[in-house]
Ligand binder design. Structure first.
Ligand code: HEC
Ligand code: HEC
Length: 370
């Protein structure tokens, strides 16, 4: 037995304590403490207001944000698919598949790091990533601002949302981030159940809940109101993507003691609200369904000899009926989709808007004249 496996034994007792604490914590907290996102004091969020949110929504859906004028943020982050797009890898402006699976955007107002490897530390900073990436929107901020300045409606909307400064890079990222912070999902069957409505979950879902917070160890990482600890773990997903180690220089050289600062193939624990909508799963979209995900965990991950595999990833010995219960819980208990009414895009003819709406927003392929 290797030293790291014997450690995993020792952590068994600790995990039981942790599990019961996190379950009690959640049960006592009742429904998640979801604050009004407009009042959040996240970096750059100060002073968010309805005008900024509306402007951010327009930008999020506007194909002008891509060099070719053919795709927007919403092409990959589709509201009706949990702000992902159902594909294993989304296609960017160049038609090339991206290297990672598109994540959902629910309850990110509470996140401290963004991207699967956490390389951005605010939603504002994150926006610049897809804009400047040649594989995604390929629309660096300078040329984008010039393009938006040709649309009088945008000039006006920016001045109203940001009196005194108007159409600037900082305000553009602030508007999009303000919109993203309103994508709040709460009041799912799980919340109602924890608040005392025993009918909110049926029997298999209740059994699944017991497993999730108990023997299946899920809540050691998927904890708290958003079902994430906000941390990075190697869960044994096979592949070459080095995850957090890819940009964390400390991870590169492994100077810190294992396993506490393990970053190799470590990815951010995703929140699980509306997880039923966002298949396929994991940073590489390698598991097609929730049943596949549960089976993945039941076998203790797939890359079992991965350096620094998380201690709580180990065979769970769940029976087939228990796998079904856990899937029933994940499929229904966390659902509370966020409906986003398609915005009116500034400076677009009614015909184009109607074509957009018919095609599903953000999926239009004809070129726009900015
Ligand atoms: C071509 C598809 C595509 C487009 C267009 C796109 N994204 Fe993404 N988005 C992704 C992928 C893939 C990731 C994960 C990348 C990674 O982790 O390395 C991601 C990650 C994110 C995240 C981080 C989520 C988290 O949980 O950490 C946010 C926020 C986000 N995108 C917002 C946006 C915004 C805003 C736009 C428009 C300016 C946009 N995206 C455009 C595919 C896309
Ligand atoms: C050691 C921490 C840890 C444990 C224990 C754990 N998870 Fe995860 N979970 C993660 C991380 C990290 C990811 C992202 C992994 C990746 O993409 O490579 C993830 C991803 C997922 C996803 C995919 C979500 C998405 O949007 O792609 C689901 C579903 C999930 N976990 C459910 C569970 C269930 C059910 C259990 C219990 C059987 C569980 N997890 C146990 C850390 C954990």
């Amino acid at each position: 037995m290797t030293p790291h496996r014997s450690k995993s034994r020792a952590s068994g007792a600790a995990a039981v304590v942790l599990v019961s604490v996190s379950f009690v914590g959640l049960a006592q907290a009742g429904p998640p403490r979801l604050r009004d996102p407009l009042t959040l004091e996240a970096p750059g969020a100060k002073g968010a207001n309805a005008a900024r949110v509306e402007l951010g929504k327009q930008l999020f859906f506007d194909n002008r944000l891509s060099s070719t004028g053919t795709i927007s943020c919403a092409t990959c982050h589709k509201p009706q698919l949990g702000f992902s797009d159902g594909k294993r890898y989304s296609l960017g402006v160049a038609g090339t598949p991206l290297k990672r699976h598109t994540p959902h955007l629910f309850n990110l107002a509470w996140s401290k790091t963004f991207f699967w490897d956490g390389r951005a530390t605010s939603l504002e900073e994150q926006v610049l990533g897809p804009l400047s990436s040649p594989d995604e929107l390929n629309m660096p901020i300078g040329p984008l601002l010039e393009r938006l300045r040709t649309v009088p409606e945008y000039e006006r909307a920016f001045s109203e949302a940001f009196p005194g400064s108007g159409l600037t890079a900082k305000n553009l990222t602030a508007a999009i981030a303000s919109f993203e912070r309103t994508l709040v999902s709460g009041g799912a069957p799980l919340d109602r159940y924890l608040a005392g409505d025993r009918q909110a979950l049926d029997e298999p879902q209740r059994q699944g809940l017991e497993l999730f917070y108990g023997r299946a160890l899920c809540s050691t990482c998927h904890a708290g109101p958003n079902l994430t600890d906000g941390k990075f773990h190697n869960t044994g997903v096979p592949g070459d993507d080095r995850g957090r180690a890819g940009f964390d220089r400390v991870g590169e050289f492994q100077t810190r003691p294992y396993p506490f600062f393990q970053t190799q193939k470590a990815f951010k624990t995703p929140g699980l609200r509306n997880v039923a909508l966002t298949a396929p799963y994991f940073h590489d979209g390698s598991e097609a369904s929730l049943e596949d995900v549960v089976k993945f965990y039941n076998q203790g991950g797939k890359e079992k000899d991965s350096y620094g595999l998380a201690l709580d990833i180990r065979p769970l010995n769940l029976k087939d009926s228990e796998i079904k219960d856990l899937v029933a819980f994940l499929s229904a208990a966390l659902n509370a989709p966020v409906n986003v009414a398609p915005p009116v895009i500034p400076g677009r003819s009614e015909e184009i808007q109607a074509a957009d709406a018919a095609a599903g927003h953000g999926t239009r392929t004809e070129r726009i004249v900015p």
